[in-house]
Design a binder for this molecule. Structure first.
Ligand SMILES: [Zn+2]
Length: 188
């Protein structure tokens, strides 16, 4: 079964790409402010894991000036489905982890999405291979196998350049600092 991973170049989807080896990455440019930085991160990842990168572009209306897009993952899925059908992928992967706060990034959402695809008569399935792991477990596992350099090439913030104060920036910074300290300790 060929697997296509939706990838934004952030921590979780990058860790999933490293650990679970999808056959290709899909980047969606949906007009997000950070698309240029995300694109750079995804290009780097694609080269790192030696997998092709598929790109799709859509332009939804943003109801809020700060870049919040309701049902973002539903939009990404609807873009991924025809791409998967066209290139013969049997699974569309999301980089969700356990304990996500957003309703459209959970195991339950994946089950509902699959029900919907079945109702549509489609064979493609939606999978979140890391949904049983917490984000820390996923990222630490990826660092144990691939080192910490890949972390530095990820991009998580919704703004561009990175704001340095949002939850996503804080989370990325914490992981990087924590893991680099651990690595240095290990080298002593
Ligand atoms: Zn930020």
């Amino acid at each position: 079964m060929r697997r296509l991973l939706l990838c934004s170049g952030g921590l979780d989807s990058s860790a999933v790409a490293l650990l679970y080896s999808p056959e290709a990455l899909l980047f969606v440019d949906y007009g997000q402010k950070a698309r240029g930085r995300e694109w750079k991160a995804v290009c780097h990842l694609s080269k790192l894991i030696h997998r092709p990168l598929i790109v799709r572009r859509v332009r939804p209306d943003y109801p809020c000036s700060h870049g919040y897009l309701p049902a973002r993952n539903l939009l990404l899925l609807s873009v991924a489905i025809p791409a998967a059908e066209r290139f013969g992928f049997g699974e569309i992967w999301f980089g969700f982890t356990k304990g996500e706060v957003y309703g459209d990034a959970t195991a339950e959402w994946i089950d509902k999405a699959n029900e919907l695809l079945q109702t549509e008569g489609l064979r493609v399935k939606v999978v979140a291979p890391a949904v049983t792991l917490s984000d820390s477990e996923l990222i630490i596992k990826a660092c144990e196998q691939f080192g910490v350099r890949w972390l530095l090439k990820t991009y998580s913030c919704m703004s561009a350049p990175a704001c340095g104060v949002c939850v996503k920036c804080h989370r990325r910074e914490t992981f990087i600092n924590h893991l680099i300290v651990e690595l240095k300790e290990g080298l002593k």
